[in-house]
Design a binder for this molecule. Structure first.
Ligand code: 5MM
Length: 338
């Protein structure tokens, strides 16, 4: 498959991406919230339970893994990447090494991981990965994000994407403008515009073939402490307008992060966006928390109750699949849950 085919398969209508690439520190936080010890065995059990569920065949086009996970063998027989491929989804890998303090800036980060990346990519390809992910993080405040953060993160994202295409994999480009703060939706629109512009400027300089990429952006949404709440209709309108103005039309797929929205909110907003999507972009989900929160709760109740964990995951994946087609509704949410 060429890179454009892979990108289109990851975001095919009715399918989306499962972001299961929590690093050991992040999954520790998730497990702490359900009183589960952060052991390799428990991380494997939770993840293989998700990757072996029925939802994988119908609703998941790709799974983003963490370095530890792509090397694991399941207790069911196949390796983790084989289990994912056997279910018809594409295995992918997070290749950044995290957001680190940006020298010269107060309280901002630049994402690292370029050193030795060419060699790491060869190994990930041999382990079965066909796409990758790199996440840049931007904070909003009165003065942030700085142009230093916008420029340095875009530069790193573009160098990453060029190396990934050289290694014959599809780069997911993830510039995440955080929801934290009291800013309103217009501020989020303006910052997301600046961030996307700089990213596509650098991707062009680095000769990245946009047809072989997937964008993973935030939705245009008010800060979590903002008093002026927006309706899903407003969020959808501003998000789509921002994408239409700032994302080149030859990008095949746009897969949103959930960014701290609840499961239902992230399904509802994605659904509203797809209801008014008049572009050629395949618009879908690449959720971590938005897909896993309920399944994680079930895992916390009883790690051995595979049926309940998978039931929760199947339901969420199905709801987001409907949203990726603009066919989700409150009624279907209730009916399918019971
Ligand atoms: C799954 O979480 C990923 C972050 O992991 P680390 O913080 O451990 O590196 C994250 O990049 C994720 O892929 C995206 O933010 C989407 O996840 P959400 O939960 O925002 O949908």
């Amino acid at each position: 498959m060429n890179l454009n085919d892979i990108a289109k398969k990851m975001c095919a209508k009715g399918k989306g991406i499962l972001a299961a690439d929590e690093s050991t520190g992040t999954i520790a936080k998730r497990f702490k919230s359900i009183n589960v010890e952060n052991l390799e065995k428990n991380r494997l059990t939770f993840r293989q339970t998700l990757f072996n569920s029925n939802a994988m065949k119908n609703y998941i086009g790709g799974v983003i893994l963490f370095d530890e996970t792509i090397r694991q063998k399941t207790t069911l027989g196949p390796s983790i990447p084989e289990l994912i491929s056997n279910h018809g989804a594409i295995p992918g890998i997070k290749v950044d090494t995290g957001a680190k303090p940006l020298a010269g800036s107060d309280d901002e980060t630049v994402t690292e991981g370029l050193d030795g990346l060419r060699e790491r990519l060869k190994e990930y390809y041999s382990l079965g990965a066909r796409f990758t992910k790199w996440r840049a993080v931007y904070k909003i405040s009165d003065k942030l994000p700085s142009s230093q953060s916008i420029k340095s993160n875009a530069h790193a994202l573009a160098r990453y994407a060029a190396l990934v295409q050289e290694a014959k994999m599809v780069p997911i480009v993830e510039p995440e403008v955080l929801m934290d703060g009291s800013h309103n939706i217009d501020k989020c629109y303006q910052v997301t515009t600046n961030v996307l512009n700089e990213c596509y400027n650098e991707l062009k300089i680095h000769k990245v073939d946009l047809e072989g990429t997937v964008l993973k952006p935030n939705m245009v949404i008010p800060g979590s402490d903002c008093k002026d709440k927006s309706t899903p209709g407003e969020i959808a309108k501003k998000t789509l307008e921002c994408l239409k103005k700032n994302v080149p039309s030859n990008v095949p797929g746009i897969a949103f992060l959930s960014g701290g929205q609840s499961e239902i909110e992230s399904s509802k907003n994605l659904n509203e966006i797809n209801k008014i999507n008049d572009t050629n972009f395949l618009i879908t989900f690449s959720y971590g928390r938005g897909l896993q929160a309920s399944a994680l709760k079930e895992f916390g109740k009883n790690q051995e109750n595979i049926e309940n964990i998978q039931k929760a995951f199947n339901h969420r994946a199905k709801m987001n699949s409907l949203s990726s087609k603009g066919e989700w509704s409150e009624n279907l949410e209730k009916e399918s849950a019971t």
